[in-house]
Design a binder for this molecule. Structure first.
Ligand SMILES: NC(=O)c1ccc[n+]([C@@H]2O[C@H](COP(=O)([O-])OP(=O)(O)OC[C@H]3O[C@@H](n4cnc5c(N)ncnc54)[C@H](O)[C@@H]3O)[C@@H](O)[C@H]2O)c1
Ligand SMILES: O=P(O)(O)OC[C@@H](O)[C@@H](O)[C@H](O)[C@H](O)CO
Length: 494
């Protein structure tokens, strides 16, 4: 049996694939909540390059929130894992050493809270997915009546179950330990992720008993910063084939491999409470305002991604690369970007949005990245507002007919309404609001009815779109065509 990657076997790995920093003796300075694939291929990679360039005690304590699977992969490997970078024609591999500790929150709650309260920790980062914020995606406000939130507020001794609960209790512990200022940096695809998280932490804190709430609110206001950030790198879920490719390159097995593309981007609001890694040395941009970058990325990249995911999944395309290879789907996305998304965005300084559109379609077409349409289609209720509805609203304000973006939203509606893809395979509605969505459309017999029922869900659509004079009609027309003709034909006809 081949040996497994760890600190002992690292010296047997080809020299050029070894990490640029020595993991031995690298202390923890960052706590990361949500140790999924994306963090390992993005923030951890920037952090490692920053340490290699400028030094610093910035090892990462990675916390998994929902399952012990990643701990099972990384703990026996001393936190080491391979980043496979697929450029389409060329693949590179490098072992990453930035993650120095891995903890499953449900089993090691006390250690996670102690880490957040550790004076050596100066930054807490998060990638817990959109649904991990326990918030209403339409308003950005806390789901105050959510059972898991209420249990975390009550603190019944079974440990925080939500990311917010863990974060707020960790900050409270830090305040009590007088451990100094800390920066909390959301790296999720959420609109205004920093300000949204700051607001959610404040709302959660206000639910605590009054004396606790007052002290913690005052301390958080004075000692914690919540900068916003725009993060970009396509990181699909790892497959067994990726693990086999890594083992062949390394000469040892690695259960924690992540696979990604060469492109990476990180724009961070320059608003830190204390020190931080020299991420700019690794190519990150520290900017006074990230909102323009974030809007562009969410509406252009993620909006197109979701469009291709729903259309592609309906048509039986397994990957985003397969979906973007369909002329009808690609044409629809190109028109949506050119006629609706770009005209309603302000380009950040030095950025050409038409070039960016071409570049991102090229990234989607990368044949080596088997990003499953089903993965991108997941959690649509949490993604639609910032990715597609923002464009629908911006077009209405600008007097542009949001034909393409309404078609994309209708594709999501079709995904919710149907229980079969166009080629007859069962469709999997993976969404935290799945029960609500299923109930809403259960007895619908027409596209108009489906549109009416779904637009009446304020947690996704707010309260304005149902009464809009144009949008419901565009949605019903597109949904009727998608239903009658199938995704390929309906998109192909424009
Ligand atoms: N994968 C990408 O291409 C990519 C790119 C940019 C941004 N992101 C951001 O990173 C997030 C995670 O992506 P990933 O590829 O690491 O996914 P992943 O499935 O590999 O990991 C998801 C992580 O989020 C945690 N999580 C999921 N639901 C949660 C919940 N309800 N509460 C708390 N934690 C929860 C999981 O425990 C896991 O650690 C995305 O949702 C997105 O916001 C991902
Ligand atoms: O990760 P999610 O679930 O928020 O969204 C799926 C993809 O659209 C997303 O991960 C992109 O790959 C990413 O945002 C590219 O930077």
């Amino acid at each position: 049996m081949t040996a497994r990657l760890d600190l002992r076997t690292l010296d047997t790995v080809p020299r050029e694939l070894r990490p640029p920093v020595d993991p031995r003796g690298l202390g923890v300075g960052i706590v990361h909540l949500g140790l999924g694939a994306f963090h390992r291929a993005h923030q951890a990679a920037y952090t490692e390059d920053a340490i290699a360039s400028a030094g610093g005690r910035w090892g990462i304590c990675g916390v998994t929130m929902r399952s012990a699977a990643v701990v099972g992969q990384l703990a026996p490997q001393d936190g080491l894992y391979t980043v496979l970078c697929d450029g389409g024609t060329r693949t590179t591999a490098r072992v990453s050493a930035a993650v120095r500790e891995v903890l499953f929150a449900a089993e090691r709650t006390a250690e996670v809270l102690a880490r957040i309260a550790d004076p050596a920790v100066r930054v807490v980062t998060l990638t817990v997915t959109e649904k991990g914020y326990s918030h209403d995606p339409a308003t950005g406000r806390l789901l105050c009546r959510d059972a898991r939130v209420l249990a975390d507020v009550a603190d019944d001794g079974t440990g925080p179950r939500t990311a917010l609960g863990l974060l707020v209790r960790g900050l409270q512990r830090r305040m009590r330990a007088d451990a100094g200022p800390v920066t909390v940096l959301s790296c999720d695809n959420l609109p205004h992720n920093g300000a949204t998280l700051r607001g959610l932490v404040a709302e959660f804190t206000d639910l605590l008993p009054a004396a606790e709430a007052t002290a913690l609110r005052a301390w958080t206001d004075a000692q914690v910063r919540f900068p916003g950030s725009m993060v970009d790198r396509i990181v699909p879920a790892t497959t067994d084939a990726d693990r086999e490719r890594a083992a062949a390159a390394l000469g040892v097995t690695d259960a924690g491999v992540v696979v990604t593309e060469p492109f990476r981007q990180w724009v961070i609001e320059d608003d830190f409470a204390a020190s931080r890694p020299a991420w700019e040395r690794a190519g990150a941009v520290l900017a006074p305002d990230v909102a323009p970058y974030e809007r562009v990325k969410l509406r252009m990249l993620n909006g197109s991604h979701s469009t291709l995911a729903y259309l592609g999944a309906l048509a039986g395309c397994r990957s985003i690369a397969d979906a973007v290879a369909d002329d009808g789907f690609r044409g629809l996305v190109e028109r949506m970007l050119a006629d609706e998304v770009i005209p309603t965005l302000d380009a950040p300084d030095g950025m050409d949005l038409r070039d960016y559109a071409g570049q991102l379609l090229g990234r989607f077409a990368n044949p080596a990245l088997r990003h499953r349409t089903a993965q991108v289609a997941m959690d649509g209720s949490q993604k639609l507002p910032q990715r597609l509805l923002a464009t629908v609203r911006a077009c209405r304000e600008a007097g542009i007919e949001p034909r393409g973006s309404a078609f994309a939203v209708a594709a999501w509606m079709r995904w919710v309404w149907t229980d079969r893809t166009d080629d007859g395979a069962p469709r999997d509605l993976d969404d935290p609001l799945a029960p609500v969505l299923r109930t809403a459309v259960a007895d619908c017999t027409s596209a108009e009815q489906v549109v009416g029922r779904l637009l009446a869900l304020p947690e996704i659509f707010g309260k304005d779109l149902i009464d809009d004079p144009v949008v419901p009609g565009l949605l019903a027309d597109a949904l009727a065509r998608l239903t009658a003709d199938g995704a390929r034909t309906a998109a192909g006809r424009g």
